[in-house]
Design a protein around this ligand. Structure first.
Ligand SMILES: [Zn+2]
Ligand SMILES: [Zn+2]
Length: 296
């Protein structure tokens, strides 16, 4: 395989305006999940306390992973609870030059139609626990909070890069959702473009604000089904849900950016417990804009 065919590339089509990342390296990543097995990817908590010998995300096997970005707690003398590392099989590469002009977005807007740009970007992994047998929703409330704060810290770091226009945090649960590792983890992508679906959400909220002066998330209507409420968050099924089990978790604090949220107001545990009832194959979850224009 030649060098050119191994390099990832982001392509935009001229019909939907959507960006698709083509990454030959992703197909070579190992997996410890049975393909398309719909059952839970990890054993029940407590069923298997020992590290799994073949899992590089387990405590004690850090040297087999791609470089670490930061860990929680930061002190090397203490056992880690969360590690944020580079993805060994990245969809986007941090070591290639960003698109001309420092960012792909403005340049891309000047060039309508089909477009291919070098696969610049950041692709990180958040290992949510050192234990192989613990899932995110098995953690205590404080453990979940720490994971969300780790997302926020990494979003802030990525947002400082002039070419990163958008950061998405996502978690694939189960092989049928695309997960390749059973050990509980999430991923973060920092891209030099804002996806059209996100731009469209910005534009829609801006239109509502310009006409009514209201924030459409703060004014969620009674047509939405309320699942859970806490002093800081509400979880709803949106009125026009587009897929089964779609849930929005909305902070009561009116903010434009996830990473600006007050640290003491981060996620209530119950919202996460709800996710345990979902079938494996669920994709989630947090979509975060960095450097994008504020809506209201
Ligand atoms: Zn593991
Ligand atoms: Zn609002």
């Amino acid at each position: 395989m030649g060098e050119a065919s191994r390099t990832s590339e982001a392509r935009r089509d001229a019909v939907f305006g959507r960006w698709v990342v083509f990454s030959p390296a992703r197909s070579r990543r190992p997996t410890d999940l049975k393909s398309h097995n719909p059952t839970n990817p990890s054993p029940a908590p407590g069923a298997e306390a020992a590290p799994k010998p073949s899992c590089p995300f387990c405590a004690g096997r850090e040297s087999e992973c791609a470089p670490q970005i930061f860990r929680v707690p930061p002190e090397d003398a203490l056992p880690w609870r969360i590690r944020v590392i580079e993805n060994l099989y990245p969809a986007l590469r941090r070591d290639v030059e960003p698109p001309e002009g420092g960012g792909g977005e403005a340049e891309a807007a000047e060039l309508p139609g089909e477009l291919a740009v070098r696969g610049f970007g950041f692709h990180d992994v958040v290992i949510e626990t050192p234990r192989h047998d613990v899932r995110l929703w098995d953690l205590e409330a404080e453990g979940v909070r720490e994971v969300l704060l780790a997302y926020a810290a990494r979003v802030r770091q990525l947002g400082e890069h002039p070419a990163v226009k958008y950061v998405q945090v996502f978690k694939n649960h189960g092989a049928s959702a695309g997960a390749s590792m059973a050990h509980s983890h999430s991923q973060m992508l920092g891209t030099p473009f804002v996806p059209p679906s996100v731009k469209s959400r910005f534009n829609c909220m801006k239109e509502v604000f310009d006409k009514s002066g209201n924030c459409s998330l703060c004014e969620i209507s009674s047509k939405d089904i309320l699942i859970s409420e806490t002093p800081n968050f509400s979880a709803i099924v949106p009125f026009a849900a587009s897929y089964p089990f779609e849930i929005w978790i909305i902070p009561r604090q009116h903010l434009s950016y996830f990473h600006e949220i007050d640290q003491d107001k981060v996620m209530h545990y119950k919202c996460f417990q709800a996710t345990d009832m979902f079938p494996a194959g669920t994709r989630s979850w947090v979509s975060v804009e960095a450097n994008a224009a504020k809506v209201v």
